[in-house]
Ligand binder design. Structure first.
Ligand SMILES: Cc1cc2nc3c(=O)[nH]c(=O)nc-3n(C[C@H](O)[C@H](O)[C@H](O)COP(=O)(O)OP(=O)(O)OC[C@H]3O[C@@H](n4cnc5c(N)ncnc54)[C@H](O)[C@@H]3O)c2cc1C
Length: 432
């Protein structure tokens, strides 16, 4: 495990800039590139309404607004970022209760890091990678990943440790894992980066100048060939928002819950895609200690599937901040407990991993993604039979509804959401 500090200028650069490429395209098309959006009052009609101010919603709105369209973003929470959630109130360092890492040196999100002039730190590469798996025969369409690896005669001890940050193998589509290279993902050394002063720093280059309505929960999407009317619960009471087109970046848990009603119903392919995809459970328990607890020579503890938890030290300053991570079955076991008991279970597991007693933390923080009604679970995974679902959901509906974000990528990364907002709105712009 190595640690290396970068300023934005020293950080990796993506192979080509997604944003500058598209802005260049707007100029070539002769479109007036808006700096910021035109603000309208409610009751007026927008070119596009974007549902959700997570990374995908913000990048979609950025692209549309930069191409001169009138755009409003409608966000249920009182903050932007969605699953990218930086808690700045808890301790001396910003704590990520959702997404924490930039994966790899070629992620497109590096351009946002550079724009925000944010400082990053390299975490890794991990020194505990699995051996490459030989998967010469392709999986069957509905086969689960465990059944597939068993069929190939690959012993469980050699399976990639997917459940450390997701679901166990039997819940995954073998076809999706195979086609997306996920069976090999663990065998290549990974370089992950953390934004030192908070991951939410990368949101400002996307959000600046946009008209974002916070605390506006969409309850119903009335749609037809002529556009959409959204029924919205706002703090000041129910309201309606009208637009020619609608970008939907709701997380898969919310789409599955039916809390946002589509009227008329979505086409069969879209409903089937929503039914087929699923979301995992994931949980961080963050502890602040007033004396050093974590071994000086280690950054990460428990990076194996047997312990259930992974622990890392976020700050060695006074106070020391330690994060306990649980996903899949372990996260569900924890979220079934009262919050106090979750913290106690994390602390007991930390003591076991350290093989010594751990002091009472002086502060703690967590976020329950499972009961959060605007997430209804943590990030996406692709179950058996669902390998075509992300593409099916991404297909525009009659030039009016455009789904983007995590459920249309099959990925569960900030980078995937960022790229999806741009790619999806390219489709929309091409339809104009
Ligand atoms: C615990 C955790 C750890 C993670 N770790 C990483 C990581 O290390 N690296 C990484 O790259 N990715 C990570 N991810 C995944 C990553 O955060 C997501 O894939 C990505 O942020 C998804 O972005 P999105 O815009 O598609 O969706 P979301 O971020 O889910 O945005 C959807 C938005 O829709 C809003 N919304 C919901 N319902 C309504 C409604 N009715 N009306 C209006 N708005 C509504 C939500 O409030 C939200 O803002 C993690 C996620 C979690 C939960």
């Amino acid at each position: 495990m190595t640690t290396d500090v970068h300023g934005s200028k020293g950080g990796p650069s993506p192979p080509l800039s997604r944003r500058s490429l598209l802005l260049g395209g707007a100029v070539l098309l002769g479109g007036a590139v808006a700096v910021g959006a035109s603000f309208r009052t409610l009751g007026e009609r927008w070119d596009v309404v974007v549902i959700g101010a997570g990374v995908a919603g913000l990048s979609a709105a950025r692209n549309l607004s930069d191409h001169g369209l009138s755009v409003v973003v409608v966000e249920a929470r009182d903050r932007i970022g969605g699953q990218l959630y930086t808690d700045r109130g808890f301790t001396s360092v910003p704590v990520e209760l959702g997404a924490g890492l930039i994966h790899g040196r070629d992620a497109y999100t590096w351009e946002l890091v550079a724009e925000a002039e944010a400082e990053t730190v390299l975490v890794g590469p991990s020194d505990q990678t699995a051996d490459p798996l030989s998967t010469p025969e392709p999986p069957h369409d509905g086969e689960d990943a465990a059944a597939y690896l068993n069929r190939l005669g690959i012993p469980e001890g050699r399976w990639p440790p997917v459940s450390i940050d997701n679901e166990p193998m039997h819940r995954w589509s073998a076809r999706w894992m195979h086609d997306s290279g996920l069976f090999d993902w663990w065998s290549t050394p990974r370089e992950n980066f953390r934004v030192v002063d908070g991951y939410d720093r990368i949101l400002s280059p996307l959000a600046h100048g946009l008209d974002i309505r916070l605390s506006h929960a969409v309850r119903r999407v009335h749609w037809s060939d002529r556009g959409v009317v959204l029924s919205v619960d706002a703090l000041e009471g129910p309201t309606e928002i009208r637009a020619d087109r609608c970008v939907i970046t709701l997380p898969i848990g919310v789409l599955k819950s039916g809390d946002v009603v589509f009227s008329p119903e979505l086409p069969d392919d879209h409903r089937e895609a929503i039914r087929a995809l699923d979301r995992t459970d994931a949980l961080k328990l963050v502890y602040e200690f007033d004396r050093p607890v974590f071994p000086a020579e280690k950054d990460v503890l428990g990076w194996d599937e047997d312990t259930g938890f992974v622990f890392w030290c976020l700050s060695r300053e006074d106070p020391e901040v330690v994060v306990a991570w649980a996903a899949g079955e372990n996260a569900r076991r924890l979220t079934a407990l009262a919050v106090e008991d979750r913290f106690a279970a994390g602390l007991a597991a930390l003591a076991e991993a350290l093989d010594e007693t751990v002091p009472e933390p002086r502060a703690r923080s967590t976020h329950d993604w499972a009961t959060d009604e605007f997430s209804a679970g943590a990030y996406l995974f692709v179950p058996p039979g669902a390998h075509d679902a992300p593409a099916a959901l991404a297909a525009p509906v009659r030039g009016v509804l455009y789904f983007m974000g995590e459920p249309t990528t099959g990925e569960n990364t900030v980078e995937g959401a960022y790229v999806s907002g741009y790619d999806g709105t390219d489709l929309l712009l091409a339809d104009l």
